[in-house]
Design a protein around this ligand. Sequence first.
Ligand code: MF3
Ligand code: CO
Ligand code: CO
Length: 257
Amino acid sequence: MVILKNDIDLMGLREASRIASAALRLVRDMIREGVSAADVDDAVREFIFSQGAEPSFLNYEVEDKVYRYSTCVSINNEIVHGLPLRSKVFRAPMLVKVDVGVNKDGFHADTAWTFALGDVPPRIRNLMRATKEALYRAIEAARPGGRISDITYAIYRTARKYGFHAAETVTGHGVGIELHEDPIIPNNPKDLDKDGIIKPRMTLAIEPMINVGTERVVTLQDGWTIVTADGSWSAHYEHTIYVSKEGPEILTEDIDG
Ligand code: MF3
Ligand code: CO
Ligand code: CO
């Protein structure tokens, strides 16, 4: 069920989005060699609680599994839902993707960013540029009266333009009252099932995940981490947005800008 948001909801979502973006800036400033994904998770968890909010991911239930962390930290070939383990230590060159969800007074914001540690190859810089471009093109496509598949195709076409691949199975989603709401927004058109019309007062988490070598994905034995089938690297950017009757408004913040 799609949940349209009123002005009170929107105030809560703005506050949650502000905290989530501040958490990602904190992460940006702590990524260096020797820091672990668990250090990132600890810092984000403490920051979110210090703001009178809760991490949306902590104890989140998906199917019959419970997630025990406040962030997802995915490196290199890991696309999404990487676990922020103590053993996941940052070493250059590395691509570090951090995803944060914040629940402030019952309102959820969801945002993710890709950080390059050290001298990543030019092709990987290009992957970051392509994925970020896909994010902003996808947001631009989120106009009232348009279709959810317009968002999917904006991601897919941008990936193809650069010679990259929009990851299969992984999706964006409605967000706000729950972390994951309808509609589902596939990254790859082959995952489009029933399409829907974009309506004013929707709030959406738009999150392109783009791989260098293949659209195909594999889930690791840990039951969470989704990786590229060929081991090639992947990038991920995510904003929470509000669709007003005039068009999309981005609620979370650009971490590079
Ligand atoms: N990162 C996912 C998203 O952006 C949600 C993570 S759910 C968790 O939609 F259970 F893995 F935390
Ligand atoms: Co997210
Ligand atoms: Co999301």
